[in-house]
Design a protein around this ligand. Structure first.
Ligand code: ADP
Length: 373
């Protein structure tokens, strides 16, 4: 069934009057009132039947997609789907048939003139009085400018971090050389200075490497070098390295005796991130516990600390790019909010999951799982 477009040529200004509430309007006036709102919206608002046939199309949609209502009503919504976005359609259809809403889904659509635009779409099922789904409403907003801005930012981060890496690496080499010379000459006065400088250079290199990894992830270029390795060995190695740069007591409480197929270096990076976070965010505690387990054909690794903890309301956001908790305690710690984002990417690429249990001042336990075989 196609929805008749209401006649909006009729003057509705008397309806949109601050002294009149919508309750005082007749059903027809209410329909005109809402139709006027939809028509004058800058967002594209369209509706479609359960079969994906366009049933209504507002002025915003005409502007965004370049088709008039007459041109598209009765046609399938695939008319605005660019090539390669077919999976969008099946995803939206599955959500829709399950009666679920899709909120601010960033994707692309194709205009009548062929131009591809970036849009953010919200789809809500329309139900009749019996609860049966009779269609869906779609609200789309043009986000091309934001996406372009985001791309420019990503390109800048990618170029800047690559350009920084080379001079920093040579600075590190010369710094180490100088440290050795000072040590050899027994210049104890200068030794702590050069050691401090080398420590800062190391931090800078780590930050730069995180930024490079971040841009690789965003461009879908985070490559994984999958091969079998012994998991206990890796945990031992990372914990020993972490002990060298921290004063915490980092304990390993179990072994798994398992070989696993994965990117050893990147899984090591996840362990390092979690252990160094546990150290960083527990300045008044001294213990960090690393526990490994095999549960249901999965390898699980937990890193527990007794530090400042993370309030529950941030648990969902904590793995997002650049997300940091900014409480009184947290703002004193340096960081960019990239480590957990990258860790999640790496674990997900291995078919695993990562989660946390934590609360303010109760410490945190970060756990990740990796499928075995
Ligand atoms: P960074 O530590 O560089 O800010 P991360 O992505 O590693 O970035 O962590 C994101 C945020 O999560 C941190 O800023 C911090 O607020 C919080 N966080 C991470 N690990 C812990 C932890 N073990 N205890 C308390 N807060 C943590």
């Amino acid at each position: 069934m196609l929805i008749q477009q209401p006649n909006l040529k009729k003057n509705v200004s008397h309806i949109i009057n601050p002294s009149v509430t919508t309750n005082e309007l007749s059903s027809y006036e209410k329909l005109l009132y809402w139709a006027a709102i939809i028509e004058s919206s800058d967002d594209a608002i369209i509706s479609k039947s359960p079969e994906g046939i366009i049933t209504s199309w507002n002025k915003g949609a005409e502007k965004l997609y370049g088709y008039t209502a007459q041109e598209v009503i009765g046609k399938p919504v695939s008319i605005i789907m660019p090539k390669g976005k077919e999976s969008d359609f099946s995803y939206m259809m599955s959500q829709f048939l399950a009666g679920k809403r899709i909120d601010h889904y960033a994707t692309q659509r194709q205009r009548k003139d062929g131009r591809i635009i970036d849009v953010s779409i919200t789809v809500s099922p329309i139900k009749d009085a019996t609860g049966k789904i009779i269609g869906a409403s779609k609200i789309a907003r043009d986000i091309t400018a934001q996406v372009e801005e985001e791309r420019r930012k990503e390109d800048f981060i990618s170029t800047a971090s690559h350009e920084l890496k080379t001079p920093l690496t040579s600075q590190q080499v010369y710094g180490k050389l100088l440290e050795r010379l000072i040590e050899k000459n027994d210049d104890s006065e200068y030794l702590p200075l050069i050691q401090k400088m080398n420590k800062q250079t190391k931090k800078l290199i780590k930050l730069t490497e995180d930024l490079i990894e971040l841009s690789r992830t965003e461009k879908g270029k985070l490559e994984m070098d999958m091969e079998p390795f012994d998991f206990d060995d890796l945990v031992q190695e990372i914990v020993e390295n972490s002990r060298m740069i921290s004063n915490h007591k980092i304990e390993i409480t179990s072994t798994v005796n398992q070989s696993i197929v994965g990117d050893r270096e990147r899984i090591g990076q996840v362990l390092t991130n979690l252990i160094l976070n546990a150290v960083k965010y527990s300045p008044r505690a001294e213990q960090v516990i690393v526990n490994t387990n095999v549960i249901d054909n999965e390898l699980q690794v937990s890193i527990r600390d007794f530090g400042i903890g993370i309030p529950k309301e941030y648990h969902e956001k904590i793995f997002e790019r650049f997300f940091r908790v900014y409480g009184e305690d947290e703002k004193t710690f340096p960081g960019m909010g990239i480590g957990l984002y990258l860790s999640k990417e790496i674990v997900t690429r291995h078919g695993g999951t990562i989660w946390l249990e934590s609360d303010s001042n109760k410490g945190s336990t970060f756990t990740f799982s990796l499928p075995l075989g």
